[in-house]
Write a new protein. Structure first.
Length: 447
């Protein structure tokens, strides 16, 4: 009977008995599927539980949640509507999806969205303020550079002098007291009459000759391009937004409730006290920098209300660039000329040297004897004879017998001196003997 009962019991098992498979628990999702997918991927990189993330936010623990994790967390933070959706769910919480359960944990933190933003802002604050301060410093440096550069003032003095000299005939233009910045770019377009040079080249050459140190303004102006890229309106806005966030954090820290687990109040209050002072100093520094820039714009004769700092600084950048390129061009031109000159001198040095003529005995005697040619010529009153004797003496000194013979062929008489091209024996005289005989007769005639 027992067996039958057992058999009967086996035949009457219910579907939910131990022999049947359990149904898989259904997961409930309340959020957008694509957003849930992206958040799940981000949370997987944290490699920490939802509870650990929540507790780190409550403690404001920057070691557990560093900047990279906070950046990812800021992208995953729940929106107000999403928090309402999750917290209003009245079903089995354990059946909710991973993202929904994560949002439930975050809902336990007061003002969780603002806390994540404030936490990230705190970590990035020093870096952001340093960047803003650097931009302010660049603006201040550019302002002092263009307003205090002694070298550039020297350049302007020469430009003014050149302009007044060129326009001296014009009573209005030739008596200027200053230089318009817009005219600086026109110098390279003012050509000389032969079109071979321009006024900027002349300015560079003149300054190199009389005030070579003035060219140092080009090096000084290297800080200007960075300042010209600054958008002062954007800079003012960035400083204002940063200060605004600091003030919001201060208010939130003041009203925060502090307990053993939530450390937002004391941590952010200490941050606010320090950050507020830094932002006040930065704001004052920026206002001062903008004021000085506007004063400098006015100093150079421009309208500070119409001319932006970037446009104003571009005048100086453009002129410095043209000045440098002109100087480089002149240096290259001189280098090419020096090379050409060296090549020509090299060709001359390599060419065969002309052989020096051998001085004949007569010329050597005249040189060694120290004949006074002027005195010799002075004893001959006849002008033609003087010229011929001078020609003969010059030929003797150079040892050029061909010229002497040419003179003898034209006329065989120099004053009272008679010459024969043959000796007593009737033979033709050699060149050396001929010159020696000629010199002895000249000397004898003038004793």
């Amino acid at each position: 009977g027992g067996g039958g009962g057992g058999g009967g019991g086996g035949s009457n098992r219910s579907p939910g008995g131990g022999g049947a498979k359990k149904k898989k628990k259904e997961i409930v999702t309340l959020l957008d599927s694509k957003r849930s997918y992206n958040i799940n991927i981000a949370l997987a990189r944290f490699k920490m539980s939802h509870d650990v993330i929540r507790d780190a936010l409550l403690r404001m623990d920057s070691e557990t949640l560093d900047e990279d994790k906070l950046v990812a967390l800021a992208k995953c933070k729940p929106e107000a509507g999403e928090l309402d959706t999750v917290t209003s769910y009245d079903g089995d919480v354990s059946s909710l999806g991973s993202v929904e359960q994560f949002f439930l944990k975050l809902s336990e933190i007061p003002q969780v969205q603002f806390r994540i933003d404030a936490f990230l802002f705190k970590i990035r604050f020093e870096k952001n303020v340093a960047e803003l301060q650097e931009m302010v410093d660049v603006l201040k440096l550019a302002t002092s550079c263009v307003s205090e550069s002694k070298h550039f003032k020297t350049v302007l003095e020469y430009i003014l002098a050149l302009g007044n000299y060129l326009n001296h005939a014009n009573k209005k233009k030739g008596c200027a007291y200053g230089v318009r910045l817009s005219s600086l770019d026109k110098f390279k377009g003012m050509k000389s009459s032969d079109q071979k040079t321009n006024l900027l080249e002349f300015l560079v050459v003149t300054l190199r000759k009389f005030k070579p140190e003035a060219a140092e303004f080009v090096e000084e102006f290297k800080v200007l391009p960075a300042a010209a890229k600054l958008d002062i309106t954007f800079l003012e806005s960035s400083v204002g937004k940063t200060l605004g966030m600091v003030n919001r954090i201060g208010k939130a820290a003041k009203s925060a409730k502090t307990d053993g687990t939530d450390r937002f109040g004391p941590v952010m209050q200490a941050f606010y006290d320090e950050a507020k002072q830094k932002m006040d100093d930065l704001g004052s520094d920026l206002k001062s920098a903008i004021k000085e820039m506007k004063q400098t714009v006015t100093f150079y004769g421009e309208d500070a209300k119409k001319v932006a700092s970037s446009e104003f600084l571009q005048y100086f950048i453009g002129f410095a660039d043209s000045f440098k390129r002109t100087g480089d061009m002149l240096d290259k031109k001189k280098e090419l000329e020096d090379r050409q000159k060296a090549r020509e001198e090299g060709k001359k040095s390599r060419s065969p040297k002309s052989k020096k003529r051998h001085l004949g005995p007569g010329a050597a005697i005249a040189k060694a004897g120290g004949l006074d040619v002027k005195a010799l010529l002075g004893k001959n009153k006849n002008k033609k004879d003087k010229n011929k004797i001078g020609f003969a003496m010059k030929s003797l000194r150079s040892g050029d017998s061909s010229k002497i013979r040419a003179a003898l062929r034209r006329r065989q008489k120099f004053g009272t001196i008679k010459f024969k091209n043959r000796g007593a024996s009737g033979k033709k005289l050699t060149r050396a003997k001929f010159e020696q005989a000629l010199l002895s007769r000249i000397q004898k005639n003038n004793q």
